[in-house]
Design a protein. Structure first.
Ligand code: PHE
Length: 370
């Protein structure tokens, strides 16, 4: 920087000469106009407005001028710098806009193109349905219990008051494993989990047991050799059939909505006494037996009720066989088909849909979270 210059002669202060300032300004404007992308403009900005640029150097010289000359020089340089800064800002805006427009074109994604990604699929409706059912009971403080699908004959039958010659054994067409002398079956119902629970826990017992079961049934729209049941078991002091009815009514309305309840019809199971078949209010006609146009409801065949499962007060002989003091404790149990329950709930008319693995079915019903 030059020292104080009292004998002011503009010729001596070269950077401040008006031609010099104009030349620096014009050079800057030309460079700005010539910058074709943001990188280039950045370099131009440094060269023409940075600390070492001619205009910045000239600006610094102003202080060295005699006071009477400062104003005019200041104006001249200020105007030149203003023009350069304006041109820079305008060019910057233009180049940014161009850049964005180019990106939009270059990075365009055609969302209508077919994807080559493998569909993620969904959890199986039986899995989500079983969890939904278990949740209803867990919310009442019950626990979830599980047992093996390959089961000892004694637990599947004998412990449940179904001795070897009991006629009710033929109600459940059984898959036996080889060799039959081992007395091992594919469980025909989830009731052996009752026996297992009582043998390993002290009352009070409140458990729900969803699981897979097997019977030598035909494979058709309403039968399958493998299907799913959910078992409920309560053993506590003072348990009556009224607790069973209240529990199943709550299960029904939680699963199918307000106003859907149950009715009991007398029945027989060796492991419960008394025993009942449980019917559910028909969720289509809501118990009326006929639809809005007056015709008989097809879902319940005009009954207003549909069969749902079996239940009863635990037979004291079962309590005793499983080591529970039947003088002190009583209990109730029930068993429902999970597949059947979900068929009702979702309006599925063919049981086989659960077992054929069509992803359109699993995605639609397995993602149900309501
Ligand atoms: N286990 C019976 C069946 O599979 C259902 C049931 C369970 C009945 C519990 C009464 C009590 O048919």
């Amino acid at each position: 920087m030059s020292g104080p210059n009292t004998d002011y002669d503009p010729v001596e202060v070269t950077p401040l000469k008006s031609e010099e300032v104009e030349a620096a300004r014009d050079a800057a404007l030309a460079a700005i106009a010539g910058a074709t992308d943001l990188e280039a403009l950045k370099a131009v900005r440094i060269d023409h407005t940075g600390d070492r640029s001619p205009l910045a150097l000239a600006n610094r010289e102003i202080g060295a001028l005699p006071p009477q000359a400062r104003k005019e020089a200041g104006q001249r340089i200020g105007q030149a710098r203003g023009a350069v800064n304006q041109a820079l800002a305008a060019r910057q805006a233009l180049l940014e806009r161009e850049h964005e427009e180019r990106m939009l074109v270059e990075e365009t994604v055609d969302v209508t193109l077919p994807t080559d990604r493998v569909p993620a699929g969904a959890r199986h409706p039986i899995t989500t349905g079983s969890e939904m059912i278990a949740d209803i009971f867990v919310a009442m403080g019950w626990e979830v219990a599980e047992g093996p699908v390959i089961e000892a004959e004694w637990l599947n039958f004998d412990a449940l008051n179904l001795g070897p010659d009991h006629p009710a054994r033929t109600m459940q067409d059984t898959f036996w494993t080889d060799p039959t002398e081992n007395h091992v079956v594919l469980r025909t119902h989830t009731s052996p989990v009752q026996a297992r629970t009582m043998l390993t826990r002290e009352p009070p017992i409140y458990v729900v047991c969803p699981g897979r079961v097997f019977r030598t049934d035909e494979y058709d729209a309403t039968h399958s050799p493998v299907f799913h049941q959910v078992e409920g078991l309560v053993v506590d002091e003072g348990i009556t059939m009224a607790h069973l009815k209240g529990t199943l009514d709550h299960f029904a309305s939680s699963m199918f909505g307000e106003g859907i309840t149950t009715r009991f019809r007398p029945s027989y199971f060796p492991f419960t006494e008394p025993s009942a078949e449980v019917d559910l209010t028909c969720f289509v006609c809501r118990g009326a037996g006929r639809t809005d146009d007056g015709s008989s409801c097809r879902t319940c065949r005009g009954e207003g009720w549909i069969e749902w499962g079996g239940c009863g007060v635990v037979n004291p002989r079962v309590l005793t066989a499983c080591g529970v003091d039947s003088e002190r404790y009583s209990g109730f149990a029930f068993g429902m088909g999970i597949d059947r329950t979900l068929m009702f709930r979702h309006g599925i008319d063919d049981l086989r849909a659960f077992f054929e693995g069509d992803i359109r079915f699993t995605t639609a019903f397995g993602s149900d979270i309501s």
